[in-house]
Each structure stands twice: as structure tokens, then as C-alpha cells.
Design a protein around this ligand. Structure first.
Ligand code: AHR
Length: 500
């Protein structure tokens, strides 16, 4: 498949934002317990955190981590998770039909975040709770001292405030599955009043209003319009959540999932801008794409326990990812990057065990899923400005999204170092693509490295015994000559070409 691409520094979209490479830790299944926290594990530190997972988190290149949910947050009492561990209550977690032991709470998470070198991003409960509890948690986290809750934090061992910047005003409040779910109008008012009060405590915070929990919600679009109409002045971001999976063997549509993500971001920003125009505002609302991934929602692993069974940290949502899943995750990263003018933050959902790039055995090994690789490479090599790439590729027909390009790509350009990185996927299931990239607007570039993640069997999945067979490999076909890069990329592949 011949494909022509053009790179030009004039095609600038916006800066590479570190917060694009965020992730998510929810009290769900084994994400927290036996995931990040496993006191009996041989690598556990003084707080019971697995240092092998901390190392993998750093290697993944995660920037921000959203916490503590997710659906979990909509029934959460943050006070349960602070103070002496042996006095913390065990509670029913209605979202996941589990028992929450509260062994890990805000203070433990903040210590973990500092060790993982990530920025914490907190969510407040606007399902079963409201303005007061949100303000209380903010006081506990961000006020230096001299008040009941800030002094409580100090007594619990944190002399300095955490100064958490990003706060989510609830989670997926449009979803009927959400504890305390609301109409757009009810939620918009609550988000506005909670945001207003939180800013009285700390005006430096950045606030995220809940957008639709997926673009397939019946209220998608109208929800955003109503919520932002109520809360425009109080919030900085509107959230977007999207999960994709291969359905009924339709690999072609699945590989084109980024078409939907593009549409999602463009629809949400258009709606936010329509409210901006109607209200005659100068400020713009940006997108926090704070849940995205491949998730096989219909598989049994996604079904919570039921009846009298309320286990602690059950096996839930432990999807095993194959090569095609990794290519889709890489393509979704391309979509997020090419919208860096409006997507200012994003969170891969989730980090460990639960629909996750990192897996653990309780007390045992940790390993990387296939989706670990595109995320780690994008986080590591995207630098400077994002460049839109002009792609002239043949298309193929998909059942879900109509005609889709066989190749999709984005690039970044670091004006200081001169480094350029091209990220590209080949969505063809049968043929390699030969990329012919016009680099004449960026003279003097040489090839630094070209890697491809692919496998003759795109259903190959990593395991604890073998998580390296599909690590990205050097692509020996890449060459740069006469202002052109030429590289052949395999079918169903994620590719990174570094030039400098
Ligand atoms: O990430 C898993 C779940 O997906 C989250 O708890 C929820 O917000 C979303 O529906």
C-alpha cells in the first residue's frame, strides 16, 4: 500500500502536553489492593506499595493519575480512608459490589503518587454527597494548616499540603449505573455550586465537569450543552470517556476506533464553543479525556459479584490485550495528540490489573501487556509541538465508521533540539504500507531509530511468562535520503520513527 505523508513545522496544532499521558487508579477489583498496594509482596516498601509496580509506572511515563474513581467515587466517604488504619471502617462499595477495607486512602495515595513521580488528580463524590464534603476534602488536601481538617492531615503525617491542582466534579453523572446519577440540569447546578465553593478554598485549582460517559449516550451533546450552560464560569474542562473493543469479529471497524475519538473530541469542543458564543465568554473550555482504552465490556470478567458475595479486591475487568488492541491504543494516542489544542489532559483507564497496561500476581510477578508499549513510547518521545501530518492514503470500508484511511499518523517537533518523531499505524489487516514521507520543510534530518510493534498473529497476547515477544522491534526498512523518509510498516502495526 503506497502512502504519502507530509511533515511541516507550519502544521502546528499545539504543544505536547504532559498531561496527555495520564492514567487512572480506581478502587476497583485489584487495581489498588494487590495492584499498587500489596504489603506482603517481596518488593513492598514501608507503606506496602509494590516497588516493582512503581518502577513500571515510571517506565510507562505516566504524568497524572486520577483517583479514587470512577464509579467507586460516587459512593465514597473520603474520611473513611484517613487516620489509623486499624480503625478504618469496612464499607459496601455499591459500584462494584465489593467490600472496601479503606486500607488505602487519600494519604496513602498521595505518598504513592510522590514515589511514582506522578501528579495526583482527585475526583469528589457528587453522587451520594455534595458541596460540603467536596470542600472538606479540598481543605484536607490543600490548606497548609490552622483549621480542623488541615490539622487533621498534619496529625496524620503530612505536614505540607498536597496542593492537588486538578479536581473532577464527580464521575459519569449522566450514567443510570452511577450511584446518585442526575439529569444534566441537576448535575450542572451541583457542579457549578461545588466548583464555586471549592474555588473559595483554593482559587488555583482546575476543575473538570462531567461530560457524557460515552458518545453513544442518548443525551450526548445536549448533556454537555446544559452542563456547561450552568457551570461555564466555574469549570476549566469537560470530561470525555471512551472505550473501544472488537465486536463480532469486525476487526476493520475496531482498528478505525480513532475515527470515533476524533469525532467525539470535535463534537464536545464544538458544543463548548457554542455555549461560549451564546454566553459571550472569552474563556475556552478544554477537554479532559479522563477515561479511554480498549475494554471488552461484554466479557464475563467485567461482571461484578452479586448477592451476598461482597469480596475485597475481586478479579474484575482484567482484560488480556493482544497486538491489535495495542495498535488501537497507539492510534487513540495519535488522536489525542492531534487534538492537543483542545485536549489538555487524558487518562488511560486504568493503570494496574483493571483494563490495564501493568498486570500483577498477588504477592508475585508483575508484567507488561501489549498496550504498555505504545503508551510508553508516545510518552517518552512526543516532545515540543504536535504537527498535523498530511496523510494521502487509500481508504477501506468499515461497517461502523464508513471509509477510513488505511494509515493514520501524527508527528511532534522539538524546535530546541530539532528532534522529530513520527507516530503511525497501519490499519490494513493484509498488507504492509510503504510510507513515503516528505521532510523537505525540515531539512537536515537523519534517522535516529525506527521501531514497529506487530506480529504475524495480531491476536497474540503477553503473559507473565512472556511479555517481551511483541515489544517494539527495530524496523530495518527505514531510510532517509533526499528530504524523504521511506519505511515499510507491517499490517496491523504501531510504528515510531525518530529523526534528529
Ligand atoms: O474504568 C472503569 C469504569 O468505567 C469507571 O469506573 C467508570 O467511570 C467507567 O464507566
Amino acid at each position: 500500500i503506497p502512502v504519502r505523508l507530509t511533515l511541516d513545522p507550519a502544521f502546528r496544532v499545539g504543544p505536547v502536553r504532559r498531561r496527555t499521558f495520564g492514567s487512572f487508579v480506581e478502587h476497583l477489583g485489584r487495581c489498588v489492593y494487590t495492584g499498587i498496594h500489596d504489603p506482603g509482596h517481596p518488593t513492598a516498601d514501608q507503606d506496602g506499595f509494590r516497588t516493582d509496580v512503581l518502577e513500571l509506572t515510571r517506565e510507562l511515563g505516566v504524568s497524572t493519575v486520577r483517583y479514587p474513581g470512577g464509579n467507586f467515587v460516587s459512593g465514597y466517604r473520603w474520611e473513611d480512608g484517613v487516620g489509623p488504619v486499624d480503625r478504618r471502617p469496612r464499607r459496601l462499595d455499591l459500584a462494584w459490589h465489593s467490600t472496601e477495607p479503606n486500607t488505602v486512602g487519600v494519604d496513602e495515595f498521595m505518598r504513592w503518587a510522590a514515589r511514582a513521580d506522578v501528579e495526583p488528580m482527585m475526583a469528589v463524590n457528587l453522587g451520594t454527597r455534595g458541596v460540603q464534603e467536596a470542600v472538606d476534602l479540598l481543605e484536607y488536601c490543600n490548606v497548609p494548616g490552622g483549621t480542623a481538617l488541615s490539622d487533621l492531615r498534619r496529625a496524620n503525617g503530612a505536614a505540607d499540603p498536597y496542593r492537588v491542582r486538578m479536581w473532577c466534579l464527580g464521575n459519569e453523572m449522566d450514567g443510570p449505573w452511577q450511584t446518585g446519577h442526575k439529569t444534566a440540569h441537576e448535575y450542572g447546578r451541583l457542579a457549578a455550586e461545588t466548583g464555586r465553593a471549592m474555588r473559595m478554598v483554593d482559587p488555583s485549582i482546575e476543575l473538570v465537569a462531567c461530560g457524557s460517559s460515552s458518545s453513544s449516550m442518548e443525551t450526548f451533546g445536549e448533556w454537555e450543552r446544559v452542563v456547561l450552560t450552568e457551570a461555564y464560569d466555574q469549570v476549566d474542562y469537560v470530561s470525555a470517556h471512551a472505550y473501544y473493543w472488537e465486536e463480532d469479529g469486525d476487526l476493520g471497524s475496531f482498528l478505525a476506533s480513532a475515527v470515533d475519538m476524533d469525532h467525539f473530541v470535535e463534537s464536545v469542543t464544538a458544543t463548548a464553543d457554542a455555549v461560549r458564543a451564546a454566553q459571550k465568554k472569552s474563556k475556552r473550555i478544554h477537554v479532559s479525556f479522563d477515561e479511554w482504552n480498549v475494554w471488552y465490556q461484554r466479557r464475563a470478567e467485567s461482571r461484578p459479584p452479586s448477592g451476598d458475595d461482597w469480596p475485597v479486591a475481586p478479579v474484575l475487568l482484567e482484560d488480556r490485550y493482544n497486538v491489535a488492541d495495542a495498535v488501537v491504543v497507539g492510534n487513540l494516542l495519535i488522536s489525542l495528540l492531534r487534538h492537543s489544542d483542545r485536549v489538555h489532559a487524558a487518562s488511560l483507564a486504568q493503570l494496574v490489573n483493571v483494563i490495564a497496561p501493568i498486570m500483577t500476581e498477588p504477592g508475585g510477578r508483575s508484567w507488561k501487556q501489549t498496550i504498555f508499549h505504545p503508551f510508553a513510547a508516545a510518552s517518552r518521545y512526543a516532545a515540543g509541538e504536535v504537527l498535523r501530518v498530511a496523510v494521502d492514503a487509500p481508504t477501506y470500508e468499515t461497517a461502523r465508521y464508513g471509509d477510513a484511511a488505511l494509515v493514520d499518523a501524527v508527528a511532534t517537533h522539538d524546535a530546541e533540539t530539532g528532534d522529530v518523531t513520527l507516530f503511525a499505524v497501519n490499519r490494513s489487516t493484509g498488507a504492509p504500507a510503504v510510507l513515503d514521507v516528505d521532510l523537505r520543510a525540515l531539512p537536515g534530518l537523519r534517522l535516529v531509530e525506527a521501531t514497529s510493534l506487530a506480529n504475524p498473529d495480531h491476536t497474540w497476547s503477553a503473559t507473565a511468562d512472556d511479555d517481551t515477544s511483541v515489544a517494539p522491534r527495530t524496523n530495518p526498512t527505514a531510510e532517509v535520503a533526499d528530504g524523504r523518509l521511506r519505511v515499510q510498516v507491517p499490517p496491523v502495526s504501531w510504528n515510531v520513527v525518530r529523526l534528529g
